[in-house]
Write a new protein. Structure first.
Lengths: 145, 145
DNA sequence: TCTTGACATAAAGTTAGCTTTAGGTATTAA
DNA sequence: TTAATACCTAAAGCTAACTTTATGTCAAGA
């Protein structure tokens, strides 16, 4: 069993944030001692790991809360939970794809400014890429349907 | 030359958002016609593509604004701009790594709930992974130093 | 006994990034 | 000529996810 201070260090999360998660219903099974002090067990730690993961993947607190609620309703919510994770898997895969597109643009910009730095100005490198971006990168950023 | 409505459709961004970017100083070179109506040129479109990319990679408006400011100061800010992109490249690479960790967890959960769904309950699959998570996934989420 | 440190609560405050509202102008179509 | 449409501004409002503040309890050490 751990105190909130220990968990705070373990997860590198401020104490008020942990209390906030508790208040929002993300830590349903959290016990208290006789004087009201929170006692975190291994279950709660697992839950926090999952919360961190879902937050990192862009899920909102209220949706995480909904999921936690399903968990406490037992076997009849298993399919819902599975669907939720399948959807979240897709979300993450899309986010990774988007970040890879952004990375291509940023890498081009790194190259561009390295050349410009060598020359002391942007003249030459600007003339090599007259429309601002090379075609392959431009295509990644075209939104027209 | 394009109107704000055309750009809104082109980028799939609400008109007020584009005006907000302009107000915040992200579109320094944006011209107006004699009656004050914004006229977007190809330069502005390039800038918007870059803004979208930087936003997607998690950069804040105020930092994007700072970068745009550097651009208008000419050659003496080339190194600064290069450094900015190098840092941003690292940021994106880290974000991708974090998302890949999250993905590993989510994929485990997908597997877990598929098994549970087959069985109609979590009993068996819980007994296969008694500590909540398999070791390899757990390790990804350990924050202790 | 007194003070220190770690815990507790409720409620107000903060920040980013929009979004909405209210009111006005200018051009075109009927 | 009127009505619709697309633009404009300033300012207020909104939401999520904390964070801070003010106040209080409790157990252990000097």
């Amino acid at each position: 069993m751990y105190t909130i201070g220990e968990i705070s260090k373990m997860f590198n999360l401020p104490i008020p944030t942990l209390r906030y998660y508790d208040k929002e219903g993300l830590l349903l099974e959290l016990e208290r001692d006789k004087s009201g002090i929170r006692k975190f067990n291994n279950q709660n730690i697992e839950t926090l790991r999952l919360i961190e993961c879902l937050k990192k993947s862009g899920m909102q607190i209220k949706d995480i809360k909904e999921f936690i609620g399903w968990c406490s309703l037992g076997d009849k919510t298993i399919s819902k939970r599975k669907e939720m994770f399948l959807k979240q898997k897709e979300n993450i895969e899309n986010q990774i794809k988007e970040l890879e597109k952004a990375l291509a643009m940023i890498e081009f910009k790194c190259w561009y400014y390295e050349e410009a730095e060598k020359d002391g100005n942007e003249k030459r490198v600007k003339s090599i890429t007259p429309n601002g971006l090379p075609e392959n990168i431009k295509k990644l950023y075209e939104n027209a349907h």
